[in-house]
Structures are given as C-alpha cells and as structure tokens.
Design a protein around this ligand. Sequence first.
Ligand SMILES: Cc1cc2nc3c(=O)[nH]c(=O)nc-3n(C[C@H](O)[C@H](O)[C@H](O)COP(=O)(O)OP(=O)(O)OC[C@H]3O[C@@H](n4cnc5c(N)ncnc54)[C@H](O)[C@@H]3O)c2cc1C
Length: 405
Amino acid sequence: MSVEMDETEVEDVVENLLGFVDAVVLPLEKEHAKLLDDPRLHYDERGAYSPELKKLKREVRQQSAEAGYYNMFVPESIGGGDFGAYMLYRVWDALYHRYGPARLLPYASVAHWSYGPSLLCSYLTPQISEQLLQPLMAGQITSCFAMSEPDAGSDALAMRTRAVRDGDDWLITGTKQWITNSPVADWVFVWAVTDEELRRTRKGGVSCFALPVTTPGFQVDSVLKLFGHIGGDEGILSFRDVRVPSTALVGELNQGFKLAMAGVNTGRMYNAGRCIGLSKWALDKASEYAGTRKTFGKTIDQYQGVSFQLADSAIEIYAAESMTRDCARRLERGESVNDQVAMVKVYTTELGTRVYDRCMQVHGGMGLTNELKLYEGWQQSRIVRIADGSAEIMRRNIAASLARR
Ligand SMILES: Cc1cc2nc3c(=O)[nH]c(=O)nc-3n(C[C@H](O)[C@H](O)[C@H](O)COP(=O)(O)OP(=O)(O)OC[C@H]3O[C@@H](n4cnc5c(N)ncnc54)[C@H](O)[C@@H]3O)c2cc1C
C-alpha cells in the first residue's frame, strides 16, 4: 500500500504536476490550436479520434511518462509511483479546477485505469507483460477495460461473453459495450465467463484476458456518440471465436470479477476529483461574471437571486471536498469505507450537474454558448452519475449496508 504523505508533500507533488502541464502541455495546445479548437478535426469518419489528435495525446503521455507523472498511480511493483487514493483525488481535483472542461491534452498527463497502466498490469503473465507493459507505461500505446455489455451494465455478472478452452488456448465470443478508449486502444482487457455454474451462483466464474486488438476475430463495431457530439471515446466491441493463448489470462482463473473490483474504490476518487475540480472551475467563472455583469445599474452579484446560487454552490463544494478528503485518507489507510466511497460518488457527481446548472443560469444566455463551454462540464458530470457504478447502485449499496446494521 502507498505511503501516506502529509499535506505539504501532497501539495508539492500537485504543484509540480501542474507546472509540468503548464510548461509542456500548454505550449503544445497553443501550437495545435486549430486542431484542438475544431471538433470536426478531432474525429475520423467512424467517429474515433483522428490520427492527428491521437498523435498529440500520445506525445503528452510520452513526455509525462518521461517526466515521471504518467504512471504516478501505478503500483510500485511494476515500476509506477504507487501514490494512493488521497493523491489521486487531489491530482484530478487540481487538474480539472485549473484547466476546466473541454480540454483534451492536460488530462492525458496522468494514466487513468480505463486506458493506461493500472493495478491490472501487476497480474499479467510474464509472456504478456513482456509485450504490453513497457509500451503502455511509456505512453506509446493504450488499452481499454471491457466489462459491460448491452445486457449487462449495473449487473455486470449477467454478462454473456464466454471463453472456452480449445487445447492450450481460449476462444472468446461475445459483445462488449460502452468501453472507454476502445475505438483507439491497442490492447483490450476483456472479462468473460469461464465457469457458468460459478457465475450463475455468483461465486466467481468470470476471468480476465489481455489481448492485442490485432487478434483475428476482434473488432470495434461502432463508436458511441453522446450529447450530439460527432465522435466519441466509447465503443461497441465484438469477439468472434477470438483465439488467445493460456498466457493471456490475467490473474487467477474464475477470479476476474474480484480483480476488476480490486481498485474500484480508489478509482472512484477520480470521479470525485473530476466533479469537484470542474465545479470549482465553473464557480470561479460564474463569480467573476456576476461581479462584472450589470443589470438595472448594479452588478448581478448584488441580487440575492444570483448571489445565493453562488453561495449554495460554494457550500456544496466545501461539503463535497471535505467528505472526499476524509474518505480518501481513510481508504489510503486501508480502512473499510465502501459505504463512504458510495456516498462520495453519489454526492460529488450529483454536485457537478447542480453547480453547472446554476453557473449557466448566472451567466444568462452566455452560459449556454459554445464559447464558455459550461455545457461540457455539465455533460462530464452527467456521465459519471452513470458510469463506474450509477448513483442508484451506490444508493442501493448504502441502503443494503444500513439494513444489515
Ligand atoms: C461514458 C461511459 C463510459 C463507460 N466506460 C466503461 C468502460 O470503460 N468499461 C466498462 O466495462 N463499462 C463502461 N461503462 C458502462 C457503465 O459501467 C454502465 O453504463 C453502468 O454500469 C450502468 O449500466 P447500464 O448503462 O447498462 O444501465 P443499467 O444497468 O441498465 O441501468 C439502467 C438504470 O437502472 C438503474 N438501476 C439498475 N439496477 C438497479 C437497481 N438494482 N436498483 C436501482 N436502480 C437500478 C441504473 O442506475 C440506471 O439508472 C461506461 C458507461 C458510460 C456511460
């Protein structure tokens, strides 16, 4: 487990990371402003990231890996920085607060479990590790985490994808949906049923396999597009008798679900950091605007109808930040905080859409424009109310725990 750091040390690391983004990533943004400012240039004809954007993101990952930031949350046993849940929260809060929504490059500076090296990589066999780990850690390539299916989202164990033995190999068949980064990933971590009886009785029976996207029988069927965007980050994947060697198994046979859940609590601190950071960014913008925009001869922050919307947002951000800091510290100390993580996930992700709605309102018509990009922050917060464990599933878990008591 990672070492707990004091607040000054945490702040130093966060400041250094922001310094890296300012010094290395922002000049790249400036240099490629034409590409980054035009959504039509972000995607290819399928709706996946365009080669130009992929190249830029790769450049950020590689530079960050060299500077020592990209793998900061990867276990030490495989060469990462091994920072824990608290730092994870602080880093993402700081990044989203400073750079706001609708920026593509700053966030490529730190590997996220959905596309970069993670805890999963410490369970690779030597044969797969030899091919995958080094380029993934160097930021040259990316992966994706393929668990959900068209009929298995919240109830992931309802999955139908199967892996059956064929000599020394496995043959994988099924469909995965909603898989982040899959349209451009180089490798796939896929979960499949390997023992139907264990799965049916919910005692295991699901295993994880790692395979390159060039494996015959694998394909990205389509890119999922959200909120009217012309491209997207999520895809639908099909596996038709995809043959992988036994060395492709990640972790223990039939124990893949546990493996997928192993880092989930820590991973949820990312969602909290993202929503809190984005909310702070929006509140800064709305407060500034309310202090300068005049109606009926006064700045609008002098009207209670406006200023209380800002105050309510500040109150809720403070509450969200306090609960997340407490939860992340306890998580890092190894305490059992499943309920608290669920509470943090619900509160912080719902906070995001509330704060964005108010900040749009405070900006009047300007709040709805493409120029201010407030809609992007709302959309991002809206997504994480569903992805990575929906708000209802979180509430269900909290309620079940209360009932047990
Ligand atoms: C942008 C995005 C990115 C994603 N990335 C990935 C990824 O990289 N890898 C991956 O494997 N998956 C990914 N997912 C899938 C995500 O985990 C699922 O969308 C999520 O688990 C919900 O599943 P579902 O969409 O099938 O909704 P369903 O499970 O069908 O739920 C529909 C509605 O019913 C509610 N509901 C369901 N069951 C209950 C219950 N028991 N009690 C109360 N309410 C309930 C849900 O909260 C929801 O409101 C992503 C999803 C999104 C939107």
